[in-house]
Write a protein that binds this ligand. Structure first.
Ligand code: PGA
Length: 261
């Protein structure tokens, strides 16, 4: 399907790494190595306490600020949570929602992922909604039904216009942080399937306009092949986003990919 209808995005997911005092040095190194030509949007999703320092360091650059989670509540007595208004106030453009680590370690359900995504859209911020199967589900042949269930649940009660503002990240759990990447064909099979689910649930126009990422051990060496696939519009990068040189190479891979179109 033609990629010209949607935006490419390379988003770093720093997870629980990086100190506020390290953000400036990282951004300077990344800016020095990043291609000047703008072939994709670039974001870094940082821990909450690192975000202000990152915002300051990225000021005026093309690197957008992202968070790794958000509360489903607006405000009030929710100790430890951070609201979408608070994130918006510091200039957040993206929020990762339903990462498998949050689903696994914090018991986040599909209903909560949907609620958080709707809150994020209401604030005019882009949710990066994560879906993905476990190794056990893959081996039992349950990958596609599981992904379909997660995608439909996450997009419940959304208008087509809202769905088009979402980014979906396909992240097979067995490939996250393991060094074991899905092959480009495996990743494309699921990303194409996700687009098909959106087509069935919404429309062809919405399906072709929704950005779909792959995540799971994407690195400087394999990015180009993955990004070359028709339905993979970018990447959600964990480990490799902590190294400016590697992250810059992945960003550069989108330029080479678009040059080949
Ligand atoms: P990884 O993480 O690139 O380190 O596998 C990706 C993610 O969890 O978003």
């Amino acid at each position: 399907m033609n990629k010209k209808y949607r935006k490419a995005l390379i988003a770093g997911n720093w997870k629980m790494n990086m100190l506020p005092s390290e953000a400036k040095g990282f951004v300077e190194a990344l800016k020095a190595e990043m291609p000047k030509q703008k072939s994709c949007d670039v974001a870094i999703c940082a821990p909450f306490v690192v975000m202000p320092a990152l915002m300051k360091a990225t000021g005026g650059s093309r690197i957008a600020l992202g968070a790794q989670d958000v509360s489903a509540h607006d405000k009030g007595a929710y100790t430890g949570e951070v609201s979408i208004a608070q994130l918006k106030d510091i200039g957040t453009k993206y929020v990762i929602i339903g990462h498998s680590e949050r689903r696994q370690y914090h018991g986040e359900t599909d209903e909560l992922v949907n609620a958080k995504s709707l809150k994020t859209l209401d604030a005019g911020i882009t949710p990066i909604i994560c879906v993905g199967e476990s190794l056990d589900q893959r081996e039992r042949g349950l990958t596609l039904p599981h992904i379909e269930y997660q995608v439909r649940a996450a997009l419940t009660a959304m208008s087509e216009e809202q769905v088009r503002r979402c980014v979906i990240a396909y992240e097979p759990i067995w490939a996250i942080g393991t060094g074991k990447t899905a092959t480009a064909d495996q990743a494309e099979e699921v990303c194409e399937y996700i687009r098909g689910v959106i087509r069935k649930a919404f429309s062809a126009r919405t399906a072709r306009s929704t950005t779909i990422l792959y995540g799971g051990s994407m690195n400087a060496g394999n990015a180009m092949e993955l990004l070359g696939k028709a339905d993979i519009d970018g990447g959600l990068i964990g480990g490799a986003s902590l190294k400016p040189t590697d992250f810059a190479k992945i960003i550069a891979a989108t330029a080479q990919e678009s040059a080949h179109e």
